[in-house]
Design a protein around this ligand. Structure first.
Ligand code: ZN
Length: 428
């Protein structure tokens, strides 16, 4: 029962107060207590304190939850007496009406109404309040004057966001839009809607993934399926992981695209979830040294240390170490090539994203230069780069490119990646 608030304690009524006034010896106490009570609880809540406060009963509306657009349910409330000997507590000696009878009466929903100013089309939490009937107020103030205190609490009706609803083979979201080119998790099953918003069935190639759906559109299985005869490209992201990496991964996931991340060992800590997500999505984990030094200026041991420590960290987090490496600044001279023990991956399309920090320029650089077999250099530590990638990924797919990892690109082109060897592209 969350969201309950003490609202008011009511057994006041003008007639009741008049009765009190007849009893002179109580008048001062009653008035003083009433004043004190009003001061304490303020103007919204009302509390009257009577000469006898034998019985306290709490009425609490039962909280409920609905989805947007659903009918507002009938409200209920629970009455509980906090007085321990309520059975013995006779409220009316003539009729034998006991406190327990009053509690039962309240639990049957008599004596009050429950109100809630809910708009069932609008997400949110709405208070359910108790309003005692005039008849009951009169009984409180006359029949049981000072014997019964009713505490009215508030309940809560929560209107939860709804995903939407089916409309034949389309799915209309609650906001009125249709799901297009995206998945839907519904009732434990996964569905996919094409660009026209139609639910798909059978075997579907979406991005580089092949999905199999049953005749009702439910996803049965998926596998990575790259067509070696079709255009492909490897997007690569250096210097991360960073604060925007998760956003980029969400885009890759949505469009069933792969990418290769050349990461710095010193950035691993705190980004474990992102690295694990990369693997889960089928992305490739690459090594970009520990602290981004110019490897050609280091000794053989220092190079081994830069690469080895990063591999250890990646393996600790992901369970696998890097399969490819990219030297910082693309500099693999000196001791670097001989000591990295991994294929050295450079690039043939430099987006200059690190320099321009401008999403539109990054997009333009890729659009004008990108070609089948390219390795594209970007940096996922910059927000404009992730913004650019969010637009480029669906664009490149719509242009017919399969977005693959460096290793997938090499394999599709029949190239074997060898440790210490340098690769810049896999153009045909
Ligand atoms: Zn770098």
């Amino acid at each position: 029962m969350e969201g309950k608030e003490r609202e008011s304690i009511v057994d006041h009524k003008q007639q009741g107060v008049e009765k009190v006034q007849k009893k002179n010896k109580w008048i001062k106490i009653g008035a003083a207590a009433l004043m004190l009570g009003l001061l304490l609880v303020g103007s919204v809540t009302a509390r009257a304190i009577y000469e006898y406060r034998h019985v306290e009963i709490e009425v609490t509306p039962v909280s409920a939850e609905i989805l947007q657009g659903e009918e507002v349910p009938e409200f209920q409330a629970e009455a509980v007496c906090t007085e321990p000997d309520k059975e013995a507590n006779i409220l009316n000696t003539d009729s034998g009406f006991k406190v327990s009878d009053l509690v039962s009466e309240l639990n049957e929903g008599k004596d009050y109404t429950l109100a809630c100013g809910v708009d069932n089309n609008v997400e949110g939490a709405y208070a359910i309040t108790v309003n005692l009937t005039d008849e009951f107020m009169q009984r409180l103030s006359e029949e049981w004057n000072g014997r019964v205190t009713i505490t009215m609490r508030t309940g809560q009706l929560t209107v939860k966001n709804k995903i939407g609803e089916w409309e034949d083979n389309r799915f209309r979201r609650w906001d009125g839009s249709y799901i297009t080119s995206d998945f839907l998790e519904y009732d434990g099953d996964t569905y996919y809607f094409n660009s026209e918003g139609e639910m798909v069935t059978d075997v579907q190639q979406i991005g580089i993934m092949q999905y199999t759906f049953d005749e009702d559109g439910k996803l049965l299985s998926k596998e990575c399926k790259i067509d070696p005869d079709k255009p492909m490209m490897a997007l690569t992201f250096d210097d991360g992981p960073g604060e925007y990496t998760a956003e980029l991964l969400a885009v890759l996931e949505k469009y069933n695209a792969h990418a290769t991340f050349f990461m710095l060992g010193q950035k691993v800590s705190g980004r474990e979830a992102e690295i694990q997500k990369m693997l889960e999505l089928g992305c490739e984990i690459g090594n970009h040294s520990y602290s981004h030094p110019q490897l050609s200026k280091l000794s053989a041991d220092a190079v081994k240390n830069q690469i080895g420590s990063t591999n250890d960290l990646l393996k600790g987090v992901a369970g696998v170490s890097a399969t490819v490496m990219r030297p910082p600044y693309g500099d693999y001279a000196g001791q670097a090539a001989a000591n990295v023990k991994l294929p050295i991956i450079l690039w043939n399309v430099d987006t200059l994203d690190w320099k321009t920090r401008d999403a539109q320029q990054t997009i333009a650089n890729v659009k004008t230069r990108a070609d089948d077999g390219d390795i594209v250099l970007m940096h996922d530590i910059h927000k404009p780069t992730v913004d650019a990638a969010s637009e480029l990924i669906p664009y490149l797919i719509s242009e017919g490119y399969q977005l693959v990892t460096v290793s997938e690109l090499a394999q599709a082109r029949g190239a074997s990646l060898e440790p210490g060897k340098v690769y810049t592209d896999f153009n045909r």
